[in-house]
Design a protein around this ligand. Structure first.
Ligand code: EPZ
Length: 456
């Protein structure tokens, strides 16, 4: 319940004060991937033996997922960035609404619970600020594996049809290469009877990391990272030690921040081919990228406008669309940013325009004319990745900015402002003495050094 209390205190108490026209310099350590660690935590339910997860980022989403597992009866020991997970004592198969609320990834538990115990009750994950986030692909795939699914009063109740004690392998063709649905179905199929083939599977590195860990646990999964994945179900999965892959979205965020401030930095560890679409776009926009093993150095020489089009991996990741849009606001020339994955992931555009950017939005396409400068101001982020975009904009802007809505930022970036501070950015997390009404952010009393504007 800590998170819920923290969320309330965030609303009333914290903001990031960013001094503009900053430069980054040095080496930044990239944390473990949020979107891998979350699904690996869910996958630990598939075995009675101990799982040791290393390189786990300290994030509120991870804290929430850990609380959910503990509520199921899992014994989870948190040793800083290592989690020791022991699921042999699971007592209940129902996830409580108050813990699930606000963590979409909690829905990942349905696959392991159904695959291992033959039953699961998981609250429907709500939509969020970036889209409706349906789960039809998860549901249809689980039914194809032999599950009976009932949705009653917002709870997804799943069990195995007929007298069978296990799911049955089958051929599934996804309508869209959904990351979550691919992961749910891989986990469910890993303990099914027989072979499952998933066509039009998601190819993201986080899906590959899940398959790596499951195979260490004794699963038989082939061609992870390809459009067609094969899973031969086994009777039992055992414990293992697994290190979470580096977070490609955090890595890309820092490279974009460096390009936006004409700074040269090195990021490590990173798996270069996980962010090839991003480094290619940065090279096209005028930065020199040097790859040495598991580190990448960026040397921006100029900043030219380039067009990007988000797409499933290995295309340009939707999670870096907002930070890249912030970058293009000050690039020379005209660029076009097209968001194809989520229906409502352009919330940052309005705020960037308030700072002085020149962006015309037509549905999910942003037409950007680069400007010489943008101005610092008070900004309220409305989702995880737009909060990173606004911080980058604040670093670039003339004058000082204050960014609110840190409950979003801390979901997905570990020690973000501390890492920026080490790189030379003047940024401080402040406790705030102002009154906020829950429904909207109203800046009650101003600070002379920042232009006062009401933001969305
Ligand atoms: C995962 O979300 C990530 N989250 C997201 O990261 C990421 O943006 C997304 O994949 C795309 O890469 C985690 O891994 C925890 P999807 P997920 O299912 O699995 C549609 C971040 O910022 N769809 O691949 O929910 C859906 O509407 C977060 O770290 C269906 O139609 O994404 C969307 O348009 C945000 N039916 C598209 O597929 C379904 O059953 C991609 O969604 C499922 C999805």
């Amino acid at each position: 319940m800590i998170c819920v209390i923290k969320k309330k205190s965030y609303l009333k108490s914290q903001n990031l004060k960013v001094f503009g026209q900053g430069k980054l310099n040095g080496i930044v350590k990239i944390s473990g991937a949020k979107n891998s660690a979350l699904v690996l935590l869910a996958a630990s339910l598939l075995t009675n033996e101990r799982i040791i997860l290393q390189n786990v980022p300290r994030l509120t989403d991870i804290e929430k997922m850990s609380n959910i597992l503990k509520n199921l009866g899992v014994n989870l020991v948190d040793k800083n960035n290592t989690l020791e997970i022991d699921s042999h004592n699971i007592s209940i198969k129902e996830l409580p609404y108050e813990l699930v609320n606000g963590l979409r990834a909690s829905f990942f538990c349905i696959g392991p619970l159904l695959g291992k115990f033959g039953e699961a009750k998981v609250p429907l994950p709500g939509g969020c600020n970036i889209g409706s986030r349906p789960i039809d692909e998860h549901i249809e795939g689980l039914k194809a594996l032999g599950a009976e699914i009932l949705i009653e009063k917002g709870i997804v109740k799943a069990n195995i049809k007929g007298e069978k004690s296990r799911l049955t392998g089958t051929h599934i063709k996804l309508k869209c290469p959904s990351v979550g649905a691919t992961e749910t179905l891989i986990m469910a199929a890993s303990l099914a009877k027989g072979r499952t083939v998933i066509e039009n599977a998601a190819r993201e590195p986080e899906v590959q990391d899940l398959c790596q860990m499951l195979n260490k646990m004794g699963a038989k999964i082939f061609d992870a990272g390809k459009e067609k994945i094969i899973i031969d179900g086994v009777n039992k999965l055992v414990g293992c030690i697994h290190k979470v892959i580096p977070d490609r979205i955090e890595a890309g965020t820092f490279l974009i921040a460096a390009a936006a401030t004409s700074s040269s930095i090195t990021i490590s560890p990173v798996i270069p081919n996980h962010i090839e679409a991003v480094t290619n776009a940065l090279q096209k926009s005028g930065s020199k990228i040097t790859i040495k093993g598991n580190s990448i150095t960026i040397n921006p020489r100029e900043l030219k406008a380039v067009n990007i089009h988000t797409a499933p991996f290995p295309g340009f990741p939707t999670d870096l669309q907002a930070p890249f849009t912030a970058l293009m606001t000050i690039a020379s020339g005209e660029s076009q940013i097209t968001e194809t994955i989520f229906e409502n992931r352009m919330n940052h555009v309005r705020l960037l325009n308030k700072m002085g950017a020149n962006i015309k939005l037509n549905k999910n396409i942003a037409f950007i004319k680069g400007v010489k400068k943008i101005n610092g101001m008070e900004l309220v982020a409305s989702d995880l990745r737009s909060s990173a975009a606004l911080i980058i904009a604040g670093i670039v802007a003339k004058g000082t900015s204050r960014i609110y809505g840190l409950e979003h930022l801390d979901r997905g970036y570990e020690n973000f402002e501390s890492k920026l501070k080490i790189l030379g950015i003047k940024i401080t997390r402040e406790l705030n003495k102002r009154n906020f009404t829950e429904k909207e952010y109203k800046i009650a009393t101003g600070h002379d050094d920042i232009p006062k504007r009401k933001v969305a």
